[in-house]
Design a protein around this ligand. Structure first.
Ligand code: SP5
Ligand code: ZN
Length: 342
């Protein structure tokens, strides 16, 4: 299987993440890319290619112009204010302060465009986000033109990014951008299957009222897990999108047997919906030793995940989402990809 990778994904080297009341070194670190790439090479998964530059048009098919402009300018604006640390949102519109007027001050705009305080904006952020979406687009174009699977070694991840909000370590929604690209190049319906431990709130929000993208997500129950405010089983889509959103919230501690029966249900729905392409939001933070997640999948289980996905027989584009700083991130990602090809 072809892998798309770019060193530009590592330009973002954030120093701060608000976690448990302290600023820690972010879990979503550039070394993740090295670990996955090393495993791709060591297992001889296939050729590793550089992405092409697709420009901003496919980004603007998903994200609002003002949001993209905000991301592009934020770090320079933050520095021109003479700030010491990285840009982290600290005040938001809330139920009692709706925030109908977008503030002018950068602190206010940060709150408008952020959905969580775990994600700073720092030097290199927009450059890495751009490389990440180009990787996703190069991978999906390969799947579309050849029918072959492809792996996009995306960083930063994308599935928490909404039409005009960043957070959960995500800026551009790579999977949504890739799915839209496929639709804009002739496909009628695409499935986005999100197996990251966390609910893909951004992807859900983007496609919630549409029937050309079937979105399915297996994740830690938002009653207990980030992002807390979306991802319940009752969220099934709206308007013509009714029936095209499927959430499988699962309790902390879930093991592979329970997780895999949700997966099989999701796969049956993809089959029934007549999808022509599968985009997999491939987070491997459902792993038993992931430092921020609470499922119990083993490295061997990830191989079985790949085998089951292959059973759909669809052109498939895998895009990296979460999975944190443990040696096994590379093993687990490549186990899915190798299992798919077995
Ligand atoms: C792409 C992705 O997986 N994003 C996840 C973002 C989650 N951010 C909040 C993490 C909270 C971590 N708290 C864990 C404490 C363990 N010491
Ligand atoms: Zn995750």
């Amino acid at each position: 299987m072809l892998t798309f990778h770019s060193a530009a994904t590592q330009q973002r080297r954030a120093r701060t993440e608000l976690d448990g009341g302290v600023l820690v070194t972010p879990y979503e670190c550039p070394e993740r890319v090295d670990l996955v790439l090393e495993r791709v090479r060591r297992t001889a998964l296939g050729e590793v290619r550089e992405p092409d530059d697709f420009g901003l048009e496919p980004v603007l098919a998903i994200h609002d112009r003002d949001y993209v402009d905000f991301l592009a300018g934020c770090w320079d604006e933050w520095q021109s204010l003479g700030r010491q640390g990285e840009a982290i949102a600290w005040i938001w519109p809330t139920r009692t302060m709706p925030g109908d007027v977008i503030p002018e001050h950068l602190d206010g705009r940060l709150g408008h465009y952020a959905l969580s305080a775990d994600t700073s904006i720092c030097e290199g952020t927009i450059e890495s986000a751009q490389a990440s979406k180009d990787i996703a687009l190069s991978a999906v174009r390969h799947s579309l033109t050849t029918g072959e699977p492809a792996f996009g070694l995306c960083r930063p991840p994308g599935h928490h990014a909404a039409t005009d909000q960043f957070g959960g370590y995500c800026f551009f929604n790579n999977a949504a951008i890739a799915a839209q690209y496929a639709l804009d190049h002739g496909l009628g319906r695409v499935a986005v299957l999100d197996i990251d431990f966390h609910h893909g709130n951004g992807t859900q929000q983007i496609f919630y009222e549409r029937d050309d993208v079937l979105f399915l997500s297996l994740h830690g129950d938002p009653r207990q897990c980030f992002p807390y405010f979306l991802g319940h089983a009752e969220e099934t889509g709206r308007g013509k999108g009714e029936g095209f959103n499927a959430n499988y919230p699962l309790p902390p501690g879930t093991d592979f047997a329970t997780w895999a029966s949700a997966l099989d249900d999701a796969l049956a729905r993809i089959r029934a919906a007549g999808c022509e392409l599968l985009v997999v939001s491939l987070g491997v933070d459902a792993f038993e030793n992931d430092p921020i997640s609470e499922f119990k999948l083993t490295s061997d289980d990830f191989s079985e995940v790949g085998r089951r996905l292959a059973g759909l027989g669809l052109p498939t584009t895998f895009l990296l989402e979460g999975g944190y700083a443990v040696e096994e991130i590379g093993i687990n990602v490549v186990n899915v990809l190798s299992g798919f090809e077995a």
